[in-house]
Design a protein around this ligand. Structure first.
Ligand code: PMP
Ligand code: GLN
Length: 382
């Protein structure tokens, strides 16, 4: 393995899930739901499978899906031409990788906000670029984005910034003010913003997801990425997409076509169906996940953790120090054997492990009885 990929030989999700399976632990580590998506979408996939949609779809994605994606983005007041400004990808993961490969040169710098989703660091490295890391700051009970820190991280080599909101792993949803300040930095320094919006529908209470592309000066410099996995409980389908200008989409397509060319042929019409007909189902999912967030957050607090409020995503973060543990990673590796629960240490998503060593991430996208069993087991830690 070449040196620049040596830090990325395994993923924490694969390792923790394997450990959970081996020990029979309740897996609140890897974020995936344990119930299926809307039955209309599953029927549409079956119909497509038996209806002959089993050969290569068109390179940019099936037209009905590109139209559905453009119509979905229009709900935010953002207009995209389905023929030139939308590209279907193998999940958001490929969209991020293809964007970095298409838009950065070896030696360029990409700003990454930490803690960051694990594929970002690996994809920046595969592109031969280097990451400049800016930390979220724990402030007023939430993790806040400091746009001045982003500004301070920009150098003449900085080409792009990766922005994930709603944010994995912290559950932070960036506010309008935070996004406006970030947009101003992007415009000021002519940065491309690559936004990961896979949790766009999973925002709780009265919060709203605000696409960065909607801020002044951003439409022409933002590569907006999302995917069906989290919105429709189908993380294994890996249907994602990119929306941007014709120039940026053409660039991303140039690299994407030699990574996978296309994927998920019969699943594409099913996701088109879901985007068009199942957003009421998604609204119910959002309500149910907000209740699960509360259930797990309260359970963790009762078990002795100090819990950060989660405003979106599948995840809630907790401080392990009130229980007398100093190192959340050590604890995460012991928890499955010790009490039969798996969680993920947040420091593996950072370049500053000492600063994040006390934080564990728990996934609440599970059936209530699974959460209750995990909570009962976590009480044994006290
Ligand atoms: N980005 C974030 C922030 C994620 O949490 C995930 C994991 N689900 C992905 C991207 C990957 O998305 P996909 O499965 O569509 O590739
Ligand atoms: N996005 C999921 C998480 O953060 C994991 C996806 C994966 O296993 N790569 O838990």
């Amino acid at each position: 393995l070449v040196p620049r990929l040596r830090p990325f030989t395994s993923t924490i999700f694969a390792e923790m899930t394997a450990l959970a399976v081996r020990t029979g632990a309740v897996n609140l580590g890897q974020g995936f739901p344990d119930t299926d998506g809307p039955s209309g979408m599953l029927d549409a996939a079956r119909d497509a499978l038996y209806g002959g949609a089993n050969q290569y779809p068109p390179g940019p994605g099936r037209p009905e899906l590109r139209h559905a994606i453009a119509a979905h983005r229009a709900r935010y007041g953002l207009t995209y031409d389905p023929d030139t400004e939308v590209l279907v990808t193998a999940g958001a993961t490929e969209a991020v990788a293809a964007s970095l490969l298409a838009l950065t040169e070896p030696g360029d710098e990409v700003i990454v906000i930490e803690p960051y989703y694990d594929s970002y660091a690996a994809s920046v490295a595969m592109a031969g670029a280097s990451r400049r890391v800016v930390s979220l700051v724990s402030e007023g009970g939430r993790f806040a984005l400091d746009a001045d820190a982003v500004r301070a991280a920009v150098t003449p080599r900085t080409r792009a910034i990766l922005v994930n909101s709603p944010h994995n792993p912290t559950g932070t949803v960036f506010t309008r003010d935070e996004l406006a300040a970030l947009a101003a930095v992007c415009v000021e320094h002519d940065l491309i913003a690559i936004t990961d919006e896979v949790y766009e529908h999973l925002v709780f209470d009265d919060r709203e997801h605000l696409p960065l592309a909607g801020f002044p000066g951003m439409a022409e410099r933002t590569v907006s990425i999302s995917s069906a996995g989290k919105t429709f409980n189908c993380t294994g389908w890996k249907i994602g997409w990119v929306c941007s200008t014709p120039e940026l989409v053409a660039a991303v397509k140039a690299s994407k076509q030699f990574l996978t060319f296309v994927s998920g042929g019969p699943l594409q019409p099913a996701v088109a169906y879901a985007l068009e007909h199942e957003l009421d189902w998604v609204e119910r999912l959002r309500g149910s996940l907000a209740a699960k967030r509360d259930r797990l957050s309260e359970g963790l607090a009762e078990a002795g953790f100090s819990v950060w409020p989660s405003a979106g995503t599948y995840f809630v973060c907790a401080d392990v120090r009130p229980l007398g543990f100093a190192d959340a990673a050590d604890l995460a590796w012991q928890l499955p054997e010790l009490i039969g629960v798996a969680a993920v240490p947040v420091k593996v998503f950072t370049d500053h492990p000492d600063e994040w060593n006390h934080v564990l991430r728990f996934a609440f996208c599970k059936r209530d009885e699974v959460l209750d069993e995990a909570i009962a087991r976590l009480h044994k830690l006290a």
